[in-house]
Design a protein around this ligand. Structure first.
Ligand SMILES: [Ca+2]
Ligand SMILES: [Ca+2]
Length: 226
């Protein structure tokens, strides 16, 4: 419709010669092309739209961080109400709404390749997302998998509820000290209710999820941690 209007207007203004008509077609197509490119570029670079998309697919996010300059591999473990373990060898089990987004190894996987160039982004963070509401009791543990020279490592844990608005529901006021390789610490137990709220948060009793995994699955070798 706009194209017809454009042609008609150009024809009236410029007497409608064949040459002029062809030129108008080219100008119109170029303008339309730039407009489409502008729309595509706008949505591609718009970070707000991407953030909104993430928030709609996750109900909770657990953020585990330790100092970026420490070369320590800390692992996040979660036991869900069905007894499913989420850990670095089972990041996204089909039978759980809980996903471990990344196993941060300390400095080992902080190097990425961009356009053939090595880029080091020192960042020590593991994220666990809840892709839906599964009512029941959960346990969240930390494990000091490997000391690559990081030594004693203070770890901070934050849990945020994302819907309907972002709200922090748990934060370690004092960092949890992971003193040596092999240490496993229960951060909290908590319950998710059917309406999505988190209740009955407690630090006791400490429960070994690694022992749970060894007894139930048997493929986490003793030699993998000291
Ligand atoms: Ca890790
Ligand atoms: Ca890292």
């Amino acid at each position: 419709m706009f194209y017809q209007f454009w042609k008609e207007r150009m024809r009236k203004n410029h007497l409608g010669s064949k040459e002029a008509s062809s030129l108008h077609d080219i100008v119109f197509l170029m303008a339309a092309g730039f407009f489409v490119l502008f729309i595509v570029a706008f949505f591609y670079v718009n970070p707000v739209a991407k953030l909104g998309k993430i928030n709609k697919t996750a109900e909770y996010i657990i953020t585990v961080t330790w100092p970026d300059d420490l070369d320590s591999d800390i692992d996040t473990w979660v036991l869900d109400p069905n007894g499913t373990l989420i850990w670095y060898k089972a990041k996204t089990p089909n039978q759980s709404v809980v996903h471990l987004e990344r196993d941060d190894l300390g400095h080992t996987n902080d190097t990425i390749i961009i356009n053939g160039q090595k880029v080091i982004i020192k960042k020590n963070v593991e994220l666990v997302t809840f892709r839906g509401i599964h009512p029941g009791r959960y346990i969240l543990n930390l494990h000091y998998f490997r000391n690559n020279g990081g030594g004693e490592t203070p770890v901070t844990v934050k849990i945020e509820k994302l819907n309907p608005v972002v709200k922090q529901v748990f934060f370690t006021e004092q960092p949890i000290m992971m003193l040596s390789q092999g240490q496993e610490t229960t951060v909290i137990h908590f319950e998710i209710e059917i309406d999505g709220s988190m209740i009955n948060i407690s630090t006791d009793p400490p429960i070994s999820l690694i022992q749970n995994q060894q007894e139930n699955q048997g493929y986490y070798g003793q030699g993998d941690f000291q």
